[in-house]
Design a binder for this molecule. Structure first.
Ligand code: XMP
Length: 527
């Protein structure tokens, strides 16, 4: 049976990803496409899915501007003709009005932030809310508003400033919301989206992790046939789930490559190798490239330079290994990557890539010389969904719960040049810190935690002696997706414990500090 899905056309809102997330939280499959995609192409790539509804996102432009992102009236009519309900949010709402012959203009009163609405008439979207209240506190962010509504659309609410804040055409199944139901500041926001998804679009066949696995396994098996596929296995959640899923499909035709860069955490490479051998009987080639990485990083201080060197070295090592396997086994035609949906959204955005803050890289960057075809089985999923799939695949929760760990590893947590001694010291501090979080039941409350070795020394007194040693900083953040983050508020007892524990256990550290910066303005990693 086909899975139902909701298409989200992106007009550039900073909240578009949030709309997709909210709908996925209802276990309904949703996908974002740029506004200028063609519907034929979308439908052709979604053969196992049934399109049940469309949402036009918000966006920063004004529909009356010449170059603002727009679709044709014919595009909108396609949905109307095919009885596919349409919901426009903010800019998306203005666009519907514009396409149907109404008028949008600059507002005299701009509405930003919390606004109170008066619900005017029963609407399919407000049907249940009206049982509780006729006023609604919502989140607004608009400078334009509806001046004239086409006659087929009926006003369903007005804001406290008398601005049309929602409409509906029951007959044509078109809905518009001036406010953002996807942000949590809007009361009943989730309920409004739910009404659209379930009552209006009549979505029934939900996204099921078990069917997802079956579909992926079948399609990967059909695609790979008798060839080999290779995968750069870092041991993080994404590459692990991708490896186990693809292994289920093609067994020993999958060859994983784990590169020990020497920048990993304590015992990490050893544990990863053991885990895969013991639990999944998978072929994992181990490459010890510690010397290579450390030599290349000698004397390098600049964070971007470090990242570029590490990224490039990973690709070189991976490429060599892949060529060796190709020579040895032949027929290596595929490269598996654990790409997730947020990366895909970023790369399909019609606005183009955002400013580079850091050159991110993942193990197994694309070796283009080799002409391999990509398999990205997780590219439709968010991280929490990947964890669900991983659980169903029998991956222990210890692995699935792991905090993210960046491709460049400890090198970007050693400020200044990277040496073996510094790596050794940081590994020990990190080990004690992370284990203490587990002991105090804090690990799962925190999205990511790690220690940073600072390029300063401080004077201390230990016993009756003067010390002049290293300073380490502890970082812990809560986050949904790593895009923004808040620093974690540790209790004083824990801080006292961990500071003593680190200083008493590790020779070479005489001061512990805590990072209390959120993202933005800081990033999560220090480099
Ligand atoms: P920042 O420091 O940019 O990090 O706030 C956001 C999240 O991304 C992780 N990170 C990386 N992950 N390759 C990765 O796979 C990288 O090069 C990389 N750099 C940062 C970081 O640990 C955090 O979870």
């Amino acid at each position: 049976m086909k899975t139902d899905f909701i298409l989200i056309l992106d007009f550039g809102s900073q909240y578009t990803q949030l709309i997709a997330r909210r709908i996925r939280e209802m276990l309904v499959y949703s996908e974002i496409q740029p506004y200028n995609c063609t519907i034929e192409k979308v439908l052709a790539s979604k053969k196992n899915y049934n399109l049940k509804g469309v949402i036009f996102s918000g966006g920063p432009a004004s529909v009356f501007e010449k170059n603002s992102p727009k679709i044709s009236t014919e595009y909108l009519n396609y949905f109307i003709r095919n009885k596919i309900p349409v919901l426009g949010i903010c800019y998306g709402m203005h666009l519907i009005v514009h396409l149907l012959g109404g008028v949008i203009s600059k507002s005299k009163i701009k509405e930003y932030g919390h606004t109170i609405l008066n619900l005017k008439r029963s609407s399919k979207l407000f049907i249940n809310i009206l049982k509780h209240t006729c006023t609604l506190k919502v989140w607004m962010s608009h400078g334009d508003s509806i001046k004239k509504l086409p006659s087929i659309l009926k006003v369903t609410s007005l804001s406290q400033n008398n601005i049309i804040s929602s409409f509906e055409s029951e007959q044509k199944n078109i809905f518009g919301l001036q406010f953002h139901p996807e942000v949590h500041h809007t009361d009943y926001g989730k309920e409004i989206l739910k009404e659209f998804v379930f009552n209006v679009c009549e979505t029934k066949n939900l996204f099921k992790p078990s069917s997802f696995i079956k579909e992926k396994v079948d399609s990967i098996r059909n695609e790979v046939k008798d060839n080999y596929a290779i995968l750069g296995l870092s041991g993080g959640v994404d590459s692990t789930v991708a490896a186990v899923l693809v292994h289920k499909a093609i067994k020993d035709k999958l060859i994983c490559i784990h590169i020990d860069s020497g920048l990993m955490r304590k015992n990490e490479s050893r544990d990863i190798m053991n885990f895969f051998k013991k639990n999944f009987k998978m072929t994992v080639d181990f490459v010890n490239a510690e010397n290579l990485f450390i030599n290349k990083l000698k004397g390098v201080i600049d964070p971007e330079q470090k990242r570029k060197i590490i990224g490039r070295t990973f690709i070189d090592v991976f490429e060599n290994e892949a060529l060796r396997i190709k020579k040895h086994k032949g027929n290596v035609k595929f490269l598996v990557q654990g790409t997730l949906y947020p990366d895909v959204i970023e790369s399909v955005s019609f606005r183009g890539p955002s400013v580079t803050i850091k050159s991110h890289h993942n193990v197994g960057g694309l070796p283009d010389k080799m002409n391999l075809k990509l398999i990205e089985p997780l590219r439709e999923l968010f991280k929490d969904e990947v964890r669900k799939i991983g659980k169903l695949l029998g991956i222990p929760s210890d692995i699935l719960r792991r905090h993210p760990f960046p491709g460049p590893g400890l090198a970007i947590r050693i400020i200044g040049d990277v040496t073996r001694d510094k790596l050794e010291l940081l590994r020990e501090v990190d080990y004690i810190y992370i284990n203490s979080l587990k002991e105090f039941n804090l690990y799962d409350k925190i999205w990511q935690a790690f220690a940073v070795l600072l390029p300063v020394r401080s004077v201390g007194v230990m016993g009756d002696h003067r010390s002049y040693e290293n300073v380490v900083c502890l970082r812990a953040v809560t986050s949904l997706d790593g895009m923004t983050a808040d620093f974690y508020h540790f209790k004083r007892e824990y801080l006292t414990y961990i500071s003593n524990k680190i200083i008493n256990s590790i020779k070479g550290v005489n001061r512990v500090v805590v990072d209390i910066t959120s993202k933005p303005p800081a990033t999560i990693e220090w480099e």
